[in-house]
Design a protein around this ligand. Sequence first.
Ligand code: OAD
Ligand code: ZN
Length: 272
Amino acid sequence: RTLSSRSVEAIAEYIKDGRPKNIVVMTGAGISTSAGIPDFRSKDTGLYANLARLDLPYPEAVFDISYFRGKPEPFYVLAKELYPGKFFPTVAHSFVSLLDEKFMLMKLFTQNIDCLERRAGVPDDKIIEAHGSFATQRCIECKTEFPGDKMLEAVESGEVPHCFVPQCNGLVKPDIVFFGEGLPDSFFQHKHLPSMADLIIVMGTSLSVAPFSVLPQLAAEDTPRLLINKECVGDFGSRPDDVVLLDDCDSGIRKLADALGWRDELESMWSE
Ligand code: OAD
Ligand code: ZN
């Protein structure tokens, strides 16, 4: 066993001892809910429970590539609400940035498409956007990239953007990964990193979408794993060095920062 106990204090002790230099963080929609962006699967507040107005055959259809081909409008109704720009990073995002400043962050794997980890200062080359992002967009037929300013115009006016390559006129979609599409190459190129990590931190995800959901299991057996989430997910709790903190991401992160003596640093980083 690597940790002295299954507690946040023991994780802090382990970090302060200077052992972890290769921390891998994995995140999901739960780290952005306090920024005002709904998650997907929470029972009353999640996106999937609140899509009746879009008249979908099933909630996930809004992110399904075959459904989108036939009926892109519902996605664009949501895109207007979720489009990055009007949201600010949470203290949990800032913590990841702080880990990087302390040269401890190996990689951040995120399922989020809100670009808030970049906004919090995590460098691009440390972020694997496993489900893509709203940062770029392209035609789903000829794959030609579509300009960002034209995309913003389309999203704001509620009009579905189309490719302007002559004779194509295909639908344009942000480079977020829909159901029925493969994850980006960057995910598969870096998917082995959890096995080399000396600490895993998972926050704000139900770990219900594969292949992302298997990442925490790729950690070595004696690598401590910390989960900060409102509910226990995946196989957390099954290993001797698992620490499960059932808490709000922000308040859990503040507990960890307190135990580390990093609280002031964290708060000033967040308020910048
Ligand atoms: P989910 O909505 O499935 O899970 C969010 C998790 O975060 C749940 O376990 C919540 O209990 C927890 N949670 C919510 N708010 C929290 C908070 N403030 N503090 C702590 N925990 C909180 O979201 P993801 O796991 O990110 O994919 O969903 C994975 C993928 O499913 C998404 O990337 C998206 C979706 O379909 C695609 O669209 C391709
Ligand atoms: Zn095209």
